[in-house]
Design a protein around this ligand. Structure first.
Ligand code: ZN
Length: 65
């Protein structure tokens, strides 16, 4: 594991995505980035409709032993 940080985009927890233009914590969609562990992201991917495609991208590029 290196020190790269992972983030997910979620509905703003301050305004709950209701005031995208007056809230300073989120963007114009009422969403904000929060840091997430790889495990949390794995859980999200696991239920993603595009799970198969994402898993394919995770396959090791170098397959020679
Ligand atoms: Zn907000």
């Amino acid at each position: 594991m290196d020190n790269k940080k992972l983030f997910i985009k979620v509905k703003c927890s301050i305004c709950r995505g209701r005031k995208p233009f007056s809230c300073v914590y989120c963007d114009m969609l009422g969403e904000t980035y929060v840091q997430a562990s790889a495990k949390a992201i794995a859980r999200i991917i696991n239920v993603d409709p595009h799970r198969g495609e994402i898993i394919a991208l995770l396959e090791p590029e170098d397959t020679e032993e």
